[in-house]
Ligand binder design. Structure first.
Ligand code: ADP
Ligand code: 5GP
Length: 193
């Protein structure tokens, strides 16, 4: 008896401002049995962000304890703050047969590929670095120096896009969302066949 099918991981990564958060929300609202794993971070909450919903906001001390305790499936330092995916929150869902969507950085995506090679890795790319800069400014969530850091990191991240199972260029949002949705649904079909 094999029991219920175990869920698998869909990972979206890509530069800050490429539209990962926007696409993630759209995918989650439109696809059944797909859930989001809320990450831990030492970053300060932005206006409107809720603890336990957008992130688990933790202190550096608390984060270090979790690392030492082996509580993370993957973790990394991104733009100067610590971020990590809790093993428990992923397993709870995959054990219940749900697919889990992770929105993490490129270092985290590499770790997932190593640990769970059957995961589907998706790179969300902006149409250009210019467009990316405009989006980051328009979002108004980061100060100028933080925007500069994110743009600098974006160049390095873009160079890693070939490591992914699929690259989705988020130019037209509706189209990118459709592509993501099709990819997730078709991966499920392949698995069943
Ligand atoms: P990320 O999560 O990758 O940092 P966001 O989802 O926050 O990116 O998107 C960055 C900004 O760009 C947001 O203000 C969002 O509304 C906007 N945005 C997302 N997708 C598009 C798109 N296809 N065209 C124009 N603006 C977009
Ligand atoms: P932000 O501070 O804009 O919410 O996120 C910054 C970066 O950290 C984004 O690239 C985001 O995908 C990444 N990130 C968020 N959660 C995690 C996580 O749990 N692990 C890793 N490795 N990266 C994460």
């Amino acid at each position: 008896m094999s029991g219920m099918r175990k869920g698998r991981l869909f990972v979206i990564a890509g530069p800050s401002g490429a539209g990962k958060g926007t696409l993630r929300t759209m995918a989650l609202s439109g696809i059944e049995d797909l859930v989001y794993s809320v990450s831990c971070t030492t970053r300060q909450p932005r206006e409107g962000e809720r603890d336990g919903v957008d992130y688990h906001f933790v202190t550096e001390r608390d984060f270090e304890d979790k690392v030492a305790g082996g509580l993370f499936l993957e973790h990394a330092v991104v733009h100067g703050c610590c971020y990590g995916t809790l093993l428990e929150s992923v397993e709870r869902e995959t054990d219940a047969g749900k697919d889990v969507l992770l929105e993490i950085d490129v270092q985290g995506a590499r770790q997932i590929r190593e640990i769970l090679p059957e995961s589907v890795l998706i790179f969300i790319a902006p149409p250009s670095l210019d467009a990316l800069e405009k989006r980051l400014r328009r979002r108004k969530t980061e100060s100028e120096d933080k925007i500069a850091l994110r743009l600098e990191n974006a160049k390095k991240e873009m160079a890693l896009s070939s490591e992914y199972d699929r690259i989705i260029v988020n130019d037209n949002l509706e189209q990118a969302c459709e592509e993501l949705r099709d990819l997730i649904l078709s991966s499920r079909k392949v698995e069943k066949a």
